[in-house]
Design a protein around this ligand. Sequence first.
Ligand code: BGP
Length: 477
Amino acid sequence: MKFPDGFLWGGAVAAHQLEGAWNEDGRGPSICDVLTGGAHGVPREITADGVEEGKNYPNQRGINYYHTFRRDDALFQEMGFKCFRTSISWSRIFPNGDDEEPNEAGLQFYEKLFEDYHAKGMEPVVTLSHFEMPLNLAKQGGFANRKAVDCFVRFATTVMERYKDLVKYWLTFNEVNNQMEMHTEIFPYTNSGIIPDPNDTPHEVEQKVWQAIHNEFVASALTVRKGHEINPDFRIGCMIAMVPIYPATCNPDDVMHAEVLMRDRYLFGDVYVNGEYPRYLLNRWKREGFTIKREPGDDEIIKAGTVDFISISYYMSAAVEADKVDEWDGHGLPGQVKNPFIAATDWGWQIDPVGLRYVLCSLYERYRKPIFVVENGIGMYETPDADGYVADDARISYLRSHIEQVGKAIALDGVEVMGYTVWGCIDVISFGTGEMKKRYGMIYVDADDYGKGSYLRSRKKSFEWYRQVIASNGETL
Ligand code: BGP
């Protein structure tokens, strides 16, 4: 099928996963710069006290896009991208986060970058916060400290003003709901800059995360309002990681368990779109003994700053059984079981194209807002053949089956979908594992997990396939 005219096909990345140049041109350290590389099954380590000699810090290198963007963008242009999603590294603009004045060199970098996108026919889609708070602010409590709200809004206002004629589509907080996995060290840290403190009880950690979430709602709403003042044509959205959670059986207890877990995702949409806290969340805070500091006027701010659209990442679905909750070991979701009907990636992410149509329908029914699929893709181990070519048929089949479902959501279900951007359209550092070898790109980058390699780029088989998808506006899959 053909997609709607003006459908925004493209690719997506995040600054810290590809730019490198972590300490150039006045950039300050961010929380990602002190994350070590992990390995399959080995979590990344947070060394917020400082970079330690002999450890591997992959996000400091990225894939060197800071210096190669014009050439890389030319490859995206060759694929025919209509848009390109990246993020602004906050600490390039405000190196300490709480500086009075922005760093002009950082502002100039993104000006050149966004101009280059336009010169190549790509509309920039810009995430303001993609797991990248200045380290200095994290050391002051991250978003659990109300001070971060003012700092973030100053950052957001500065860049929205500077790029008001270059950028129309903005996203506030990337995958804001990841931090609902509060028992992990990594998500509260990357989403909200909460540095793990071994003295904290799990309840104390959760208290901080909930406070941070409230502060992010306020920061997001203020940003939406300011953005619309700066340029009424801005379209500002939220970003939610959508993993539909299915009941593993038709046992009503499984159905209810899945429904309650889904609230960890919906609560964000409910606040961002409806501008108020849903009753189930207020009840939960009370029941579980959390006291969230809300300043006078916060409710009005949240009400006045609702988003224009919803953006989502979509990689997988999950299935749960209520009976298995007691056996939960902290991995995955409470009661999570393998879904026997679908396959999984090498990293155990369950491949479920229909789930994408399912979430598009449920989000649209719930909110009636346009939806932008700003991340979808598959991480794979890949080795080029003797000619240096990667025949990534499994990626083509993953993307094809997911795009088909987006098409159905539009044509059959009437969902307004604004666009679709493939995650990691060029191989970048994996967010979750810090590896280079978990590759998502349609462009291969010759680099390993430790920064060795030529960093040369080459087109994979999916490159030509995606070019044709875009050229035919979704007709040739
Ligand atoms: C999302 C993030 C991205 C990204 C992607 C793939 O969670 O928004 O930053 O990297 O998932 O995840 P990973 O790199 O862990 O495979």
